[in-house]
Design a protein around this ligand. Structure first.
Ligand code: NAD
Length: 554
């Protein structure tokens, strides 16, 4: 029955009643159920008599939240709220995003994963252990929501910078999906976190009596690939419009999974492609300051893992869009890994580094590579703290009027340099961004507000765009367009402070612009599954879920 056809004081008969309603986090309003709703839905006596507004409920949650002694306790507090009342949870997270994003997601979610078996309250999402191979369809059918649109799936092997967390890595898909909703407005009922539990090499977990995953070493090779394939095939059968985001798979699987599935289903890998888009956006913003083109940049990466290669691949694709040839574009991207400059003469380079191995003399370290190549930008994705030394940054500043210096390794303790070091050693000329947040700093009387290249600027908006237009695939062109759009959303006043990303307080608005830009590419490239709306931005905005209580009784 539609709500408009309800008579006065009547409720939708399909709604659960009584305690079942209070225990449904998507519908529960707790003390905000009105007297009419309490009467109509069998809630009388199950709640204290005073009816509270959402604002009053939020004040109570915040008071408790801020009284907690540790970040992990704050994480547990918010997770419990999400399990009771998702609408209130999202209202509070969205209204306090700067404060809560580091709790709901990195870095605190990392601690939560490490303690997962010890802090566990209620399950969220689907656990698919390897022992259930052959039965995945049955497990997926157990999920109560019928219109799943975004799945974040992990096997927990490379959780943030923490290595193999096995089934405890489930905190990551849960946290990431919370950001899809908070930052872009994907309805929570359409989000599904999935743990593909293929075992763990983490001996601490294998010995921990409270560890919640299956207790054997990781399944590898063809058996692993077949298991992932069964999951993907069954999920796409059940939810044909679903976007499946791979998350925190180890390098040995991540590159292969992306390559083998990206043209067959709607999928992407945020560690590679999301990171790439947010970094490219940072470059586009930096170029607004330097007034140069992307093709004029020579970019030197420290670290040739998932993030570095993903960023370089997207930069190449964006340079090609600007008219460069593949060869020329690749020649603008250079890598230093743990063994030195990646060059053609080196033996045993893995596949993904080969395309960036250029025919020049070898350099043993970053400083000699900077001196030899004279890059316009250095991007740190090495996990090696303090590897952008004073000499490296001073050399960059000698060669460039405005050196671009991105120290992206997380957490803060692994950052290649601090914001203060970048500004001080470059004489206040660096255009700086980091992976983890740094506080504003003052250099010679000027205040700099460093930008944080947080993937949350990009993946929720990409998801929103893809879901809104029912895109069949997610292409590099969509990521490049997302990057361009994000850079356009940076205000002149942000750039003046040195901030090359917009303020987080505008993230919903920014995500809608990114969503519309991504959908535009989908329509242009004939990948969209719906007719094109006249006003794409307005359409995407209309699809954004809002954390507001629905009236259940007319
Ligand atoms: P990864 O493990 O795939 O890659 C790290 C790479 O650094 C490896 O290739 C490793 O060989 C290399 N390395 C190790 N020691 C080195 C040394 N001494 N000199 C040069 N290179 C060295 O990890 P990843 O996913 O590529 O992530 C790298 C870092 O980037 C992490 O700290 C991660 O937190 C960060 N990151 C930041 C963002 C962001 O800011 N948005 C996004 C993704 C990743």
């Amino acid at each position: 029955m539609s709500k408009s056809s309800l008579k006065h004081n009547e409720s939708d008969p399909s709604l659960p009643r009584g305690t079942a309603l209070l225990h449904d986090p998507l519908l529960n309003k707790g003390t905000a159920f009105t007297m009419e709703e309490r009467a109509a839905l069998g809630l009388k006596g199950l709640l204290p008599p005073k009816v509270f507004t959402m604002k009053e409920q939020a004040a109570r949650v915040l008071e408790n939240y801020r009284n907690k002694q540790t970040d992990l306790e704050r994480y547990i507090h918010l997770a419990s709220l999400q399990d009771r009342n998702e609408t209130l949870f999202y209202r509070i997270v969205m209204d306090n995003l700067d404060e809560m994003m580091p709790i709901v997601y990195t870095p605190v979610v990392g601690q939560a994963c490490q303690q997962f078996g010890h802090i566990f309250r209620r399950p969220r999402g689907l656990y698919i252990p390897y022992d259930e191979r052959g039965n995945i369809a049955e497990i997926l059918h157990n999920w109560p929501q019928k219109d799943v649109r975004v799945i974040v799936v992990t096997d927990g092997e490379r959780i943030l910078g923490l290595g193999d967390q096995g089934a405890s890595g489930m905190g990551i898909p849960v946290g990431k999906l919370a950001l899809y909703t908070a930052c872009a407005g994907i309805p929570p009922a359409q989000c599904l976190p999935v743990m593909l539990d293929v075992g763990t090499e983490n001996l601490g977990y294998l010995r921990d009596p409270l560890y919640m995953g299956i207790r054997h070493h990781r399944v590898r090779g063809q058996e692993f690939d077949d298991f992932v394939a069964e999951f993907i095939t069954e999920a796409c059968k059940l939810w044909p419009k679903v976007l499946i985001q791979f998350e925190d798979f180890a390098n040995l699987n991540a590159f292969r999974l992306l390559e083998s599935w990206r043209d067959r289903i709607c999928t992407f890998n945020d560690d590679m492609q999301g990171t790439a888009a947010v970094t490219l956006a940072g470059l586009f913003s930096a170029l607004r300051i330097t007034q140069k083109s992307l093709c004029e940049q020579k970019i030197l990466f420290l670290g040739a893992g998932e993030a570095g290669i993903g960023i370089a691949d997207l930069i190449v694709s964006a340079m090609i869009d600007e008219g460069a040839s593949l060869e020329t574009a690749r020649r603008q991207c250079w890598f230093v890994d743990s063994k030195g400059l990646v060059v053609k003469s080196r033996d045993n380079l893995v596949e993904h580094k080969l395309r960036y191995a250029h025919d020049v003399p070898f350099a043993t370290d970053l400083l000699s590579a900077v001196k030899a190549l004279e890059p316009t930008a250095i991007i740190g994705v090495s996990t090696i703290a303090k590897s952008f030394t004073r000499e490296v940054i001073e050399t960059m500043a000698q060669k460039n009027e405005r050196p671009i210096i991105f120290a992206l390794s997380n957490p803060t303790s692994k950052s290649e340099c601090s914001a203060e070091e970048a500004y001080t050693w470059s004489g206040g000329r660096a255009i700086f961004a980091s992976g983890s947040p740094f506080p504003p700093c003052v250099y010679q009387g000027k205040t700099f507000v460093p930008g944080q290249g947080n993937n949350a600027y990009v993946f929720p908006g990409i998801g929103m765009g893809v879901v809104a237009c029912e895109a069949a695939h997610i292409t590099d062109r969509m990521f490049a367009q997302a990057a361009k759009t994000l850079a356009e959303q940076v205000l002149e006043s942000d750039l003046e402070m040195g901030r090359i990303y917009p303020s987080l307080s505008r993230i919903r608005e920014v995500s809608a612009y990114i969503g519309a830009a991504v959908a535009e590419v989908a329509f242009r490239d004939d990948l969209a599954g719906i007719d094109k709306p006249v006003d794409l931005l307005a359409y995407v905005q209309s699809q954004q879920w809002q954390p507001e209580y629905e009236a259940f009784v007319k």
